[in-house]
Design a binder for this molecule. Structure first.
Ligand SMILES: Nc1ncnc2c1ncn2[C@@H]1O[C@H](COP(=O)(O)OP(=O)(O)OP(=O)(O)O)[C@@H](O)[C@H]1O
Ligand code: NI
Length: 314
């Protein structure tokens, strides 16, 4: 894949939460580059830090959370830029579809108003009528009768409808980068097809998509690049087709074996708690290939041609 300059370049992004008695590094040295017209998907089991990575890009944490590393966007460094500058970027230039749509919808606004207000507050002018733009965007996310959908309040909708309405709010702003945190969660089969074509549409419109998902077949169909995370770290990354057809890391291999088409074989055991991580490889206690070095030395990421992998044995 030949690449131009990335739209968003993330290097060594780390996030540490500090509560009263606990310091927890939920994300450790996360790096990736997002390109216009391409999708990067992030997979990994629950609690591995996918949403933390997504939220860190827009610094959506309280002040007690430490975020380090670098996020370059349009020649700006988001890690150090002011809150007022970030407010201009959030939504308008980098949009996020939250895992939980309740977070993005206002219960006392109709869907039309939810979509209109951010466009107005960001001074985004729409060629043609605003109403047409809203109707078109609602149709894109799978509302067959968008003129009715725009009159609804969130409490009148199902969870899946609100998930799609929240997606429409984000897409309506036409950001250059869209972060979608499990956008297909809780949707029935028919709506899954709508959202999938809508996600493909993001690429077609030359926007960049960071897709967080548990749905590996979906990632396989949409993603150009695949990132596999485990216990707060990237363990493998590379072109999606290569990672899925010839996985290098034992965790990626395990994830693929757990797919129904590959025999539904789960990975035994569970990931270590982020508050007390082992000194060696974080996957060592579940790895079939574990060796002496794995238990006491944390592997660094190594680059092999187009691939990245964090394993002593690869
Ligand atoms: N604001 C926060 N304060 C403290 N800990 C947090 C906060 N947000 C997330 N965490 C912790 O960070 C870890 C990673 O959480 P995260 O939500 O990123 O997981 P995930 O990979 O998105 O999982 P899922 O697939 O279930 O959504 C978890 O242990 C979670 O409890
Ligand atoms: Ni999540």
């Amino acid at each position: 894949m030949s690449h131009n300059k990335p739209v968003l370049q993330i290097s060594n992004l780390s996030v540490t939460f500090r509560n009263k008695n606990e310091v927890m590094r939920a994300l450790h040295d996360f790096s990736c580059s997002l390109y216009a017209g391409e999708c990067t998907a992030v997979i990994g089991e629950s609690g591995c830090g996918k949403s933390v990575a997504a939220h860190a890009i827009l610094k959506l944490f309280s002040d007690s959370t430490e975020i380090t590393g670098s996020i370059r966007f349009d020649s700006q460094e988001l890690i150090t830029c002011s809150e007022s500058r970030l407010k201009e970027i959030r939504g308008k230039r980098i949009g996020i579809i939250y895992q939980n749509p309740d977070r993005s919808l206002n219960p006392i606004y109709t869907i039309e108003r939810q979509m209109k207000e951010p466009l107005q507050s960001h001074n985004i002018s729409i060629p043609g009528a605003m109403r047409d733009h809203i109707l078109k965007t609602l149709k894109r996310v799978g509302f067959p009768e968008p003129d009715q959908a725009m009159m609804q309040y969130p409490c009148q909708n199902s969870g899946g409808m609100n998930q799609r309405a929240a997606t429409a709010v984000v897409l309506g702003l036409m950001p250059e980068v869209i972060i979608a945190d499990e956008p297909t969660k809780g949707l029935d089969k028919e709506r899954l097809v709508d959202i999938e074509s809508c996600l493909m549409g993001i690429k077609v419109q030359n926007q960049s998509l960071l897709l967080i998902t548990h749905d590996i077949p979906l990632a396989e169909r949409i993603a150009d690049t695949l990132i596999v995370m485990y216990a707060g770290q990237i363990v493998e990354a590379g072109p999606a087709d290569e990672v899925l057809s010839s996985p290098l890391h034992p965790y990626t291999k395990g994830l693929l074996k757990s797919l129904p088409r590959n025999g539904f074989i789960p990975i035994e055991g569970s990931a270590p708690p982020l508050s007390s991580l082992p000194p060696g490889c974080r996957f060592a206690n579940r790895c079939d290939c574990v060796t002496e070095v794995c238990t006491h030395q944390c592997p660094e990421i190594t680059l092999t041609d187009t691939r990245e992998v964090r394993c002593h044995l690869c």
